[in-house]
Design a binder for this molecule. Structure first.
Ligand code: GLU
Length: 217
């Protein structure tokens, strides 16, 4: 097991919420960690293998950001190193993933034949590329999420950022846990309630097949 946390909100507390949330999910076990957030319209990605302190040592907790995703990884595809740590960015999409994709080999082959190149050994990077591929065809994030939901086999809780939509956090859940937390002008996703306790006690548990588009309000 491992963890996901995500933030969208006007208060700019993103980096602190992600860091605190990941600490509160440490009990689930992990071998590496990472975060991505939008900073001055650009995506910043910070990853590190091993203990969360290694990652936190690289993060400026006072940095203001309104949208971000964080992850602790328990490797299933590829060793525990910085390259394989999440988030995985392909084209316009950054993705954190808990779970295992069973048909990643065949999808990867198809995407490679369309020109996609992969940097990591993970099944998760295949999800980012598949989203980017569908989005390049339909220019609609929710439709692209629906399309990957119909294509992927296995287990996945996903936190997703699309660089064309910098005020919105997207999430999907199948066979891995994910909740949405509702705050005041800021909202969250997380693998489990402790990650967001102290921020809000209002939350919705996603069901298999659910996906969500979450803004600050
Ligand atoms: N299967 C993914 C990987 O190996 C995600 C593992 C996880 O749940 O953290 O990177």
């Amino acid at each position: 097991m491992c963890g996901i946390v995500g933030y969208v909100g006007k208060k700019g507390d993103c980096v602190r919420v992600l860091s605190d949330g990941l600490k509160r999910l440490e009990y689930r076990g992990y071998d590496s960690a990472g975060i991505a957030y939008i900073d001055n319209d650009k995506l910043s990605v910070i990853k590190e293998k091993g203990k969360l302190e290694n990652l936190l040592g690289k993060i400026d907790l006072n940095k203001k950001a309104n949208l971000g995703i964080g992850h602790t990884r328990w490797a299933t595809h590829g060793e525990a190193n910085e390259t394989n740590a999440h988030p995985h960015v392909v084209g316009k999409f950054a993705v954190v993933h808990n779970g295992i994709i069973e048909n990643e080999k065949e999808i990867k082959k198809q995407l490679e034949s369309k020109g996609y190149k992969f940097k990591s050994d993970t099944d998760t990077e295949v999800i980012s590329a598949l989203l980017d591929y569908y989005y390049s065809k339909n220019n609609d994030v929710l439709k692209s999420i629906d399309a990957i939901d119909k294509t992927l086999k296995g287990a996945y809780a996903l936190g997703i950022i699309c660089m064309d939509d910098k005020d919105t956090l997207y999430a999907v859940k199948k066979n891995s846990p994910l909740i949405i937390g509702a705050g005041d002008n800021e909202n969250y996703i997380a693998s489990d309630v402790p990650a967001i306790l102290g921020r809000t006690n209002k939350y919705t548990v996603l069901e298999d097949g659910d996906y969500a588009k979450i803004t600050n309000n």
